[in-house]
Design a protein around this ligand. Structure first.
Ligand SMILES: *Cc1c(COP(=O)(O)O)cnc(C)c1O
Length: 428
């Protein structure tokens, strides 16, 4: 029962557009009322009506260790007691930067911001500033936050709500965003043949905002080659895949290296943090060392940094963590697929580290157009059945699911068993 959530949603709608501060939370795509959350504990979330959910969303990715991890909470509480914000440098920013710089050969410096949107927006400005060019290439179905230049055929909530672009984004700005198809090398080559002045390609190397659609190795290599040949920069947007797909994100799973990388989500472990990073030569172009302006009153906030630092230290300390997370992710989606097979329901599944995705369709989608052809009615039936029975999946087929370290085999087995009824119902 969601009586209290229904009441809370009604109250929220009166004072907050759609009752939510980020559109996908409204459950508009799947119908119904979003549960209003009272608290979390490990693998579970509890709503204000007292329902318990096994949480496969994990705040849309940030929480690798589940809710209320004690080590992270302790550091946050200590930081809170020292003061919430100073607007002056603190050593914890350097500590987190060092932890990151040490991990990647191509990275010398990192700058922290407060969201993934800000990270990608700043990375694009850096690429444009360094190359002295305006045009950028982005791919249909990739989401890079809600900044003006990037809100063109984006995935996630944009896909769910079927808005190709947004009112309020000037056409004059968007004309510098060249759209291409994910995993399509020929189309990307055409982009470069037909457009001079390309500053950068921005790509989710493991797309997670049109469901989970990983790039092919060949495609990322082609991105690299074309950038090199035309003097453009390659930006990997790893806001979702960073520290999720592997410790090194997509960079740990592919042989292609970007010029600039962006992070968010896991890097703040549930606190608002984003970051972008590159070589010394490129990062030195940023203000105050260089002319390219970028700033933030709460950037590198000490409380947020303390959560990110502890989380990253824990991730680095446990060498088997990503294998274990991936085994759990595979167990879940393979179990769902086996159950779907039994009732002749076509289901395509994928995992990358702790990320998982599933599509109701006959062939594995490799781009946004194919994802768009999946069966959304079936997804909605599946989603609502699972939610009612205590399994909280992302409320759109355009989203990715996340496994945490504290979810148990029983939770996963229970989820697979619960899917039996709904697959039986939709079997052909
Ligand atoms: C979530 C996400 C963003 C935007 O991050 P916010 O923190 O929501 O601003 C950007 N890029 C990718 C790939 C994302 O998944």
């Amino acid at each position: 029962m969601l009586n209290k959530s229904k009441e809370a949603f009604g109250q929220a709608k009166k004072v907050i557009p759609g009752g939510v501060d980020s559109p996908v939370r409204s459950f508009a795509g799947v119908g119904g009322t979003p549960p209003f959350i009272s608290h979390g504990a490990g693998a579970y979330m509890f709503d204000i009506d007292g329902n318990r959910y096994v949480d496969f969303v994990q705040s849309w990715g940030p929480l690798v260790f589940g809710h209320c991890d004690e080590d992270i909470q302790d550091e946050v509480i200590k930081a809170v007691k020292r003061g919430l914000s100073f607007g002056a440098p603190t050593t914890i920013e350097t500590q987190l930067a060092k932890e990151i710089v040490d991990m990647f050969e191509f990275i010398d410096k990192v700058r922290f911001v407060s969201s993934g949107t800000e990270a990608v927006m700043s990375a694009i400005r850096l690429a444009r500033g360094v190359t002295n060019r305006d045009n950028i290439v982005k791919f249909d179905g990739c989401y890079h936050g809600h900044s003006d230049s990037l809100l063109v055929s984006a995935g996630s909530g944009m896909a769910t709500f079927g808005t190709p672009s947004s009112p309020g984004v000037p056409t004059d700005l968007v004309k510098h965003t060249i759209l291409s198809e994910y995993n399509n090398i020929a189309k990307l080559e055409e982009c470069f043949a037909n457009n001079a002045d390309i500053a950068c390609i921005v790509v989710e190397p493991i797309a997670g905002n049109m469901g989970l659609v990983p790039a092919s190795s060949e495609f990322l290599r082609a991105c690299r080659e074309l950038c090199d040949r035309h003097g453009a920069m390659l930006i990997f947007d790893e806001v979702m895949s960073g520290f999720r797909a592997s410790l090194y994100g997509a960079c740990g799973l592919y042989d292609t290296t970007p010029d600039i990388i962006t992070w968010g989500k896991v890097i703040g472990a549930g606190m608002p943090v984003g970051a972008f990073a590159s070589s010394e030569k490129i990062m030195n172009q940023l203000s105050p060392d260089g002319p390219i302006y970028q700033a933030g009153t709460l950037s590198g906030n000490p409380v947020a940094m303390s959560a990110g630092l502890k989380s990253l230290q824990k991730l680095k300390a446990d060498k088997t963590i990503y294998d274990r997370l991936n085994q759990k992710a595979k167990k879940l989606v393979q179990g769902l697929k086996n159950m779907a097979d039994k009732y002749d329901v076509p289901l395509q599944v994928a995992t990358r580290g702790s990320m998982f995705g599933f599509f109701f369709c006959d062939v594995v989608p490799t781009n946004m157009a194919q994802v768009g052809k999946c069966d959304f009615d079936r997804f909605n039936i599946f989603f609502n059945h699972m939610l009612t029975h205590g399994y909280y999946f992302a409320c759109s087929q355009y989203e990715t699911g996340f496994i945490n370290t504290v979810i148990s085999d029983d939770d996963i087995d229970g989820c697979i068993a619960t899917s039996k009824e709904v697959f039986a119902l939709m079997g052909r």
